[in-house]
Design a binder for this molecule. Structure first.
Ligand code: ATP
Length: 377
């Protein structure tokens, strides 16, 4: 047996110059690149030049990237003329640094998964790991905020220490002839109602940085709407019990059928993997980046006063004590709307048709051939 040499394969750095207040380039030049040079960490810079570029880059290139990475790790025994002397690893770790926000991570994850789909690049015999270092230069920076990353330097330090935790994904599936078909994978939040309308409207306030969500939210609270729909949970569910202050099982782990349903209409509905969606805004305080649950915050048919009360305590997570708020942990949930509706999936928008045919299924991913991502934390 040969010994696998240390790879000198470069860290892939994806810089989104458009994220946040467009400070990514400056942060790269002044802080991150000098730190990588000092640490003698080789890198390859990929600059995202338009919406969707990071996704299409990884869709097009992930196979040659993994091939090169595998080759950089394959040991060659002496003598070299014996082909069987080449030892191939059963796994490789690809490191990707993101100077951007959650939307850039979302694009890369989807590009990679679509790029390896149906190929031998991820299988039970060979499964790469993809580990992200997220340098928070976006607007919400939900993943970084939820992991307690406080600054660019903090994120860099965590990368250099090198402890990765799973970045667990959710899938968003729509109906197809053959059953459910994954439309997209999400890493932060799927939403319906006021939150989705807020994200939709916030683009016009991008120049305000973090404040853009506040402006858009206030605009939507002013014209508060109720969003018709029914939410059905499947399999194990926990719900937050205000009387005990804890999450308690409301359906057993071995049940796969529908367990609870919420009739709507929804004022606010989130299905998340992250506790915080931006600094100071922690709507799903029990959510964990790495666990095998999705957290659901449901607010049905309330008025402006209740919504403002909720916003008043989302910085501390105390809003879960409010009686108009329902909080669940689940693994599979479906949403059906009576007429056409709009969902927000990690900042992208998905229009769904009304009725059973337009039903959408959200699942937390347990398949090890999809759940290949980690994040330095
Ligand atoms: N060169 C570019 N010009 C314009 N848009 C771009 C460019 N590169 C990427 N994008 C788009 O920028 C959008 C925002 O990126 P990102 O999510 O990283 O930042 P953010 O929205 O400010 O942060 P967050 O998602 O954390 O709130 C993404 O939808 C991405 O497709």
């Amino acid at each position: 047996m040969g010994i696998l040499p240390t790879s000198n394969f470069p860290l892939l750095v994806v810089l989104n110059p458009h994220s946040g207040k467009k400070q990514g380039r400056e942060v790269w030049d002044s802080i991150v690149q000098p730190a990588l040079n000092k640490a003698e960490k080789p890198f390859k810079l990929i600059e995202s030049n338009a919406q969707g570029h990071a996704q299409s880059y990884f869709f097009d290139n992930i196979k040659p990237i993994l091939t090169d990475l595998i080759q950089s790790l394959s040991a060659v025994n002496e003598p070299v003329d014996n082909a069987s002397a080449i030892i191939r690893p059963s796994s490789v770790t690809l490191q990707i640094m993101v100077l951007g926000g959650d939307g850039t991570v979302h694009e890369i994850v989807n590009g990679i998964l679509r790029g390896v789909e149906g190929t031998g690049y991820v299988s039970d015999e060979f499964r790469p790991k993809v580990e992200f270092s997220i340098i928070p230069t976006g607007t919400g920076n939900a993943i970084s905020t939820s992991l307690g990353v406080t600054s660019v330097q903090d994120a860099l330090d965590r990368f250099l220490v090198g402890n990765a935790t799973p970045l667990r994904l959710m899938s968003v599936s729509t109906r197809a002839e053959s059953g459910w078909k994954v439309h997209v994978y999400t890493v932060v939040v799927n939403s319906y109602g006021l939150h989705c309308a807020t994200v939709y409207d916030s683009e016009e306030f991008r120049h305000l940085g973090n404040e853009r969500f506040l402006h858009a939210a206030m605009k939507n609270v002013e014209n508060l709407k109720q969003y018709e729909g029914q939410l059905v949970f499947y399999g194990p569910v926990q719900s937050y019990d205000r009387s005990t202050g804890s999450l308690t099982p409301v359906s057993s782990a071995d049940s796969n059928g529908p367990t609870i349903s919420l009739p709507g209409p929804f004022t606010y509905l989130l299905i998340t993997k992250q506790a915080s969606l931006e600094p100071g805004f922690t709507p799903t305080p029990f959510a964990k980046t790495s666990d095998e649950w999705m957290d659901v915050l449901a607010v049905q048919n309330v008025g402006k006063a209740e919504i403002m009360e909720m916003f008043g305590s989302t910085s501390t997570g105390k809003h879960v004590e409010q009686k108009t708020i329902e909080y669940f942990k689940t693994k599979t949930v479906e949403l059906e709307t009576p007429t056409q509706g709009r969902l927000c999936v990690d900042g992208e928008f998905l229009t769904i048709e009304g009725g059973p045919e337009g039903r959408v299924r959200f699942e937390v991913i347990s398949d090890e051939n999809i759940q290949i991502f980690g994040v330095y934390a």
